[in-house]
Design a protein around this ligand. Structure first.
Ligand code: ADP
Length: 908
């Protein structure tokens, strides 16, 4: 056939021109039909062209049958059924594609096409019998392994080409059956295990389509149900497990009530569903009461965690274990060791299986043990002794406070550490260092029991003496469990003991060197100890007092011989006090006087245990005392004799003085009377000069008389012969009269004299003559020692039961050290020749004697340069008088006379 000779009608068909095996031309009918462009196809080899067009089934470009229907695919993979006719000339080949009527499947089977495009199930159309995929949706191809899970890689291909492992599979068999029988195939659950992703399950329907009585196509609708199947399978498996479990549970439930354990179950909302005997016994609720109630409410369960949390923790078949608290029916609280497990019951319901064990007692015991342990530890901590407890490896298990203090801040871990520390060294009682092997802890670890082992523990800083006890403690299997050491610090005791020993030695030395003999006797009279001197003096030459007593004689200070019971030691035992008692001992013709003291020594019950007797030899003292006494007696006799002679002499002197004074007074009185006579009778006859001389005679006669009077009085006073003649007189009146009588003298000297009295009148018993002498004496002294222009006060006051008469002047005063002298006979402050005023120093001593004779007292207060105050106190009392007309006498010349005499030594 010539191409150029082809009929025009043929050219209207779609064709492809292949020249030399390569596409040379494509007409537009073809491109229109197949949606390809010329460029898609031109210059492609004929094989490539057939591949692009996916020509099938079993199409070979060099073996095309014009009678046969082929399918080709458009660019959008739509299938077309065609006849292929080839016109060949030389090197050119024309392929004409004649489209079969109703070749578009979409047009042919629109419902399938719709089903396909839904993409819900996997839908595909295959051609038969070659089982080439003509059309499929994406769901369908997505079932296959890569790269066949894409449409373009499957369409136009045989099923064996894109289903992995198709050949030899059950699938192949299914397809063969369909092709052979033309019957539909349906499966609910088809298992396929050739895909790379593993076992898959499928629900499929394959329906063959016949055309003109021939099997032409088939439609497969398929669904991957792998997941559902797996799920179901799992559910089935679980159901089996649950079934088995339930079976087991049922079996267990029978056991529940047999078991002594506490077992019950509850729903997840807490409702109790079963309750065994053990639970009844423990909680006191019977099964009827318990089942149906809410578990946590009934038992007031206390979980160590939140109940919701617990339910969260509880997972199927897993067991939660813990310790909880339950309250029994009668209110008692119980500690429970529990296990909770979620299981499924016969009804497929999840329930909690709770198995409990009452551990209240165990916990209580544990707590008690713990408390006891704590208490024990506290006791151990508080013990004064250092306690070290080691374990069997000699590691510290417990060290109490005192123990830690002993080792200061040392870390307590291992005994070896402590031992190896250079600063700790241990010595035995003899001062030898103890080796590690011989340390108490090592000895006890070998099973030894050590009691009161004395040792010394030294560091560079201190030395401690200890008494150590050690004891091993074994467990039930007799294996060493602990080593317990208790160390008592006896450093102080040892130091005290040493210092006591030293003191004892010192004491013994002191006692031995004492100047007293000393010995100690027990109750039965044995000498316990005695010092050197005591032995030398033979006081304790024997062993017992009795022996000493029998070989000596002992006398008390009155010369009475002592019985053995009266000996000082026995007196001490009777509780008598022996202090400085003098005894006279005679031993072997040797005599001594001793002074003895005794002291008891008591025992702890307060009984006298020993008597300590100390004696001192006073033989010498007694002898010298005797000699002294004799001398004193002799001296006393001599003194008495001397005094007697002296007194006699004094008396003679007084008598002499008295006599002389009398003798003096008689001529003086005559002279005075003669002067008075001259004054009275012929004073006017005398020339002035003679009057002056007469005055001088008068004054010196007075002075002489005063001296004689005073001498006489003082002599009398010394001889105790002052005669007092008290009359009841007004002391104010007398005092005033006497003061006034001296006013003339005072006035002449330029001195003022005042008289004051705190009372107007006071009658007391007084010797007015003596009182005059007293007051005049004081006044004459005051005027004598008071300079011109100053004043003198005579003051009368009442002082308790006394009349107080004071003479106060503003004179020269009396020095302190002279205040007592002036009242003595001849006592003068200034005894020099240049003294201010003439006097004899008798005046004040007479005043004192007169005042005292009147029952009063005299004193002086004075400040040198300021003045003196003489104070006389006379008793404020009246007397029973004998004669009372003396008052009138006072007013006559006597006072004038006396005043003249008393003032005769004042030079005006
Ligand atoms: P006389 O006769 O010497 O006065 P008295 O016994 O009266 O002797 O006095 C003794 C001495 O006391 C006097 O010599 C004088 O020194 C001192 N004396 C006495 N009274 C006073 C006085 N009022 N003021 C100062 N001195 C006095």
């Amino acid at each position: 056939m010539n191409i150029e000779g082809l009929s025009a009608s043929l050219y209207k068909l779609p064709f492809i021109l292949v020249k030399d095996g390569v596409v040379n031309d494509v007409n537009h009918q073809f491109t229109n039909m197949m949606e390809f462009t010329c460029d898609d196809l031109l210059n492609k080899s004929i094989e490539d062209l057939f591949n692009i067009l996916r020509v099938g089934p079993n199409a070979n470009p060099y073996n095309i049958c014009g009678e046969k229907d082929y399918f080709i695919f458009t660019k959008s993979l739509d299938v077309r059924m065609v006849n292929i006719e080839i016109v060949e000339e030389r090197n050119e080949k024309l392929f004409f594609f004649k489209l079969q009527p109703k070749s578009n499947i979409h047009d042919k089977y629109p419902f399938i096409s719709k089903f396909c495009s839904d993409n819900y199930d996997g839908v595909a159309i295959f051609s038969l019998p070659d089982i080439t995929l003509l059309k499929a949706n994406e769901t369908f191809v997505s079932f296959f392994d890569e790269p066949f899970n894409k449409l373009e890689n499957c369409i136009g291909k045989r099923v064996s080409e894109f289903v992995t492992g198709f050949e030899g599979s059950t699938s192949e068999k299914v397809w063969e059956d369909i092709v052979e029988t033309g019957q539909s195939f349906y499966t609910d659950e088809y298992r396929f295990d050739r895909f790379e992703r593993g076992i898959t399950y499928w629900k499929s329907t394959i329906t063959p389509i016949h055309e003109e009585g021939k099997l032409k196509y088939c439609v497969e609708v398929t669904k991957d149900i792998t997941e559902q199947v797996m799920q179901r399978r799992k559910i089935e498996e679980q159901a089996e497990i649950i079934r088995l479990q339930n079976e087991k549970l049922r079996w267990q439930a029978d056991l529940l009530n047999l078991s002594s354990e506490v077992i019950f179950t509850w729903k997840l909302d807490g409702e109790i569903t079963s309750w065994n005997k053990g639970a009844e016994q423990l909680y006191g609720y019977n099964s009827e009461e318990a089942v149906g109630s809410i578990c946590h409410e009934l038992l007031q369960t206390k979980y160590p965690l939140d109940i919701n949390e617990l339910q969260f923790i509880l997972k199927d078949n897993e067991i939660w274990r813990g310790i909880i608290k339950h309250t029994c029916k009668e209110g008692k609280k119980r500690s429970i060791s529990t296990s909770h497990q979620i299981v499924t019951n016969d009804n497929g319901e999840k329930i909690v299986l709770e198995i409990n064990h009452d551990i209240t007692q165990i916990i209580r015991t544990e707590e008690q043990v713990k408390q006891q342990k704590n208490e024990l530890e506290e006791i151990i901590q508080g013990i004064d002794d250092a306690i070290f407890i080691y374990d069997s490896n000699k590691k510290f298990y417990l060290v109490n406070k005192a123990g830690k203090e002993l080792y200061k801040d040392h870390e307590f871990s291992n005994f070896e550490n402590l031992r190896n520390k250079d600063q700790f060294r241990y010595y035995d009682e003899n001062g030898n260092e103890i080796s590690t092997d011989n340390l108490i802890v090592s000895r006890v670890s070998r099973g030894e029991i050590v009691t009161n082992y004395k040792m010394t523990f030294k560091t560079d800083l201190e030395t401690k003496h200890m008494s150590v006890n050690g004891r091993p403690i074994y467990d039930k299997e007799s294996k060493l469990k602990f080593i317990v050491l208790s160390c008592r610090n006896i450093t102080k005791d040892i130091e005290t003991q040493r210092s006591m020993e030293q003191q004892k030695k010192l004491l013994e030395t002191i006692i031995d060197t004492m100047q007293e003999s000393l010995y100690v006797v027990d109750r039965v009279g044995n000498y316990i100890t005695s010092n050197k001197l005591s032995k030398e003096r033979l006081l304790t030459a024997f062993e017992t007092i009795e022996q000493s007593f029998n070989s000596s004689e002992i006398y008390d200070s009155n010369g009475k011989r002592l019985t053995i019971e009266e000996l000082p030691a026995y007196s001490v035992f009777r509780g008598e006090t022996i202090k400085n008692q003098v005894y006279h001992y005679i031993f072997n013709e040797r005599e001594i006087d001793i002074v003895t003291s005794g002291t008891p020594i008591f025992d702890e019950k307060g009984n006298i245990r020993y008597a300590v007797i100390s004696t001192r030899d006073i033989s010498n003292i007694i002898q010298s005392e005797k000699a002294l006494k004799q001398t004193q007696e002799k001296l006393l006799a001599a003194e008495l004799e001397k005094n007697r002679v002296l007194e006699e002499t004094l008396e003679i002197k007084d008598e002499f003085l008295s006599l002389i004074s009398h003798e003096f007074r008689t001529p003086l009185n005559v002279i005075n009377t003669a002067i008075q006579a001259i004054n009275y009778f012929c004073i006017n006859d005398l020339p002035e000069k003679a009057k002056k001389y007469l005055d001088m005679i008068k004054l010196n006669a007075f002075r002489q008389l005063r001296l004689v009077n005073n001498l006489l009085d003082i002599t009398r006073a010394d001889a105790g012969r002052i005669k007092i003649n008290k009359k009841n007189l007004d002391i104010v009146f007398i005092s005033k009269a006497i003061t006034e009588s001296v006013e003339t003298y005072a006035y002449q000297k330029g001195i003022a004299v005042d008289f004051t009295s705190s009372f107007a009148e006071r009658t007391i018993g007084i010797d007015d003559e003596k009182y005059e002498r007293i007051l005049l004496n004081l006044l004459s002294n005051a005027i004598k020692f008071t300079p011109k222009g100053k004043s003198i006060v005579v003051r009368l006051t009442l002082r308790k039961k006394n009349i107080c008469i004071q003479v106060q002047d503003e004179g020269i005063g009396i020095p302190k050290d002279k205040k007592n002298i002036i009242f003595e006979r001849f006592g003068q402050v200034d005894s020099s020749l240049s003294r201010q005023a003439e006097g004899t120093g008798i005046g004040l001593s007479l005043v004192k004697r007169f005042v005292e004779a009147l029952g009063g007292s005299v004193s002086v207060k004075s400040t040198v340069g300021k003045g003196s105050t003489f104070t006389i106190l006379l008793p404020d009392e009246v007397v029973i008088e004998e004669d009372n007309d003396e008052m009138a006498n006072l007013m006559d010349n006597r006072l004038v006379q006396v005043t003249n005499v008393e003032f005769s030594d004042i030079y005006l």
